[in-house]
Ligand binder design. Structure first.
Ligand code: UDP
Length: 495
């Protein structure tokens, strides 16, 4: 049966969740789909669109079929000022609750828009569990977008299923992750609270993972060569199709302007003192320190990091959130330190947000201190960098195990407790000596760096034409086209 050409174009709608760690990789994924001839629509709110709209416009002007469809964030309804629409804007648990409530209230608008768009497939973030049933209702496949590793997903699946931590008497006793061939040990304290005990929001996470099983398939920003055993384990346990198509950032992030502005509304200034300084540093000699887009550290911990970095003798760039270093009287600890480091040409503090990919790609960067967010891990890996692992919350402790125990490209700083990023303790848990020692080992370890570089090369190959991630993406698009055709044919047969 003949299908007309307009109907043959695949229409895919993307629904990102508004927090940088979820939004950045989904926007990349959407852009890659468009580059492969798919007609792409991204649904988001106005303030969130500002952080990526320029690259969408650029792609559109280049001839790709991609656009953003804006919906209205219910700011007044949730008592927030205009423009506070992203989890990273939360400065307290209360504001975080208001932002999350506002996001939940978007459901009706999203359903309306999707019904209007009539896509052939929806790719929705893991944090929208209701989209699985909605997709079934309107008869389109839902692809579940998971923004971390297969390793972490498998670990949480088996721990949730077998609850090995329930059998232990103390929170610091070790257990081995069930279902894994390798012996990977963790402590109950390193598990997210919702999995450790029953909390008010455990049901939210349970619904999220349940919706995964009800989806047509899942998309992972990972690549076969990185964690093939866990990709295989995922396929055999979760029982849905999955496509590893990463690292997506590398496919799109070719020019420096794009790397600099990505995920952020403001332009990077042209003449930057810290960049000039970085350009003057030897290859692999500077450490980059960043704890992602959400975490805020207690002031006492910042003091320990500052001393640890200074005592390590290695140069650094460190991203510190605005006001993170102030005490209750608004006095800043960091200003004096910042001044001294600049004077001695030892390092720079970047306030609030750094052009992370641009920095990691710089030849002078030789290692990173990371909170083990999956995007930061992939970005470091792309640049062939070994890591000091400093996990804080969510699935980051699993990612630490992948880096340290499996891939052997990380040194653990030794964090023992998983704490929600809005309820960090006031004390420093890691001392300046521990930090200085870890930095010295990392920056002087040739072996870890060569392993990381090899993985970085494998990442580059995976996304090139003919590479594993490239081929997976083509297979997925072909499968969705076939599904569309089959649906069209059966519709025609009915009418
Ligand atoms: N990021 C950045 N500059 C910053 C902080 C974060 O560009 O100052 C980006 C980082 O490159 C990554 C994302 O924000 O792409 C953070 O995601 P990740 O999964 O690493 O951690 P999360 O922020 O979700 O904890």
């Amino acid at each position: 049966m003949e299908i007309d050409s307009q109907n043959q174009q695949l229409n895919v709608t993307f629904l990102p969740y508004p927090t940088p760690g979820h939004m950045i990789p989904m926007i990349y994924t959407a852009r890659i789909f468009a580059k492969h001839g798919v007609n792409v629509t991204i649904i988001t709110t106005k303030s969130n669109a500002l952080s990526f709209q320029k690259s969408i416009d650029k792609d559109f002007n280049y001839g790709y079929s991609i656009r953003t469809c804006l919906i209205q964030f219910p700011a007044a309804q949730v008592n927030l000022p205009d423009g506070v629409e992203n989890i990273k804007d939360a400065t307290s648990v209360e504001i975080m609750g208001q932002i999350s409530h506002g996001i939940a209230l978007l459901q009706d608008q999203i359903e309306f828009v999707i019904q209007d768009l009539l896509p052939d497939c929806i790719v929705t973030d893991m944090c929208y569990p209701w989209t699985a049933e909605f997709a079934a209702k309107i008869g389109v496949p839902r692809i579940y977008f998971y923004s971390s590793s297969y390793f972490s997903r498998c670990a949480s699946y088996f721990i949730q299923k077998h609850r090995p931590h329930d059998k232990l008497v103390s929170n610091t006793e070790k257990f081995s992750i069930p279902g894994f061939q390798e012996n990977i040990e963790m402590m109950p304290m390193q598990l997210a609270e919702w999995i450790r005990t029953k909390t008010n929001y455990s049901c939210y996470f349970e619904a999220m993972f349940e919706s995964e099983g009800k989806s047509y398939g899942s998309l992972y920003n990972s690549f076969h060569e990185l964690e093939s055993d866990y990709e295989k384990l995922y396929k055999s346990t979760i029982g849905i199709k999955t496509w590893s198509i990463g690292p997506v950032a590398m496919l799109v992030n070719k020019d420096d302007g794009e790397k600099a502005n990505r995920g952020h509304n403001e332009e990077l200034e042209k003449e930057l003192e810290w960049l000039n300084w970085l350009n003057s540093q030897q290859d692999d000699s500077v450490l980059y320190v960043c704890f992602g887009s959400l975490a805020r550290l207690p002031r006492a911990q910042l003091v320990e990091i500052a001393h640890g970095l200074e005592n390590s003798g290695h140069n650094f760039i460190w991203v510190v959130r605005n006001k993170e270093d102030e005490n209750e009287n608004g006095e800043s600890f960091m200003k004096g330190f910042e001044h001294r480091m600049k004077e001695n040409r030892k390092g720079y503090i970047l306030w609030n947000w750094a052009p992370q990919v641009l920095i990691l790609d710089h030849p002078a960067i030789g290692g990173i201190v990371t909170h083990c967010g999956w995007n930061s891990i992939l970005e470091s890996l792309n640049s062939g960098l070994p890591m000091i692992t400093w996990p804080m919350f969510a699935e980051q402790f699993y990612n630490e195990k992948l880096l340290v125990d499996v891939l052997k490209i990380g040194i653990s700083i030794g964090v023992k407790e998983n704490k929600f990023f809005m309820s960090m303790s006031e004390e420093a848990t890691i001392t300046r000596d521990e930090i200085a020692n870890a930095v010295k080992i990392l920056m002087e370890s040739g072996e870890m760096r060569s392993r990381a570089k090899r993985l970085g090369d494998a990442a580059k190959k995976a996304i090139e034409e003919g590479g594993s991630s490239y081929n997976n993406l083509i297979k997925l698009i072909d499968e969705l086209k076939l599904l569309k055709k089959t649906r069209e044919v059966s519709k025609k047969q009915i009418t």
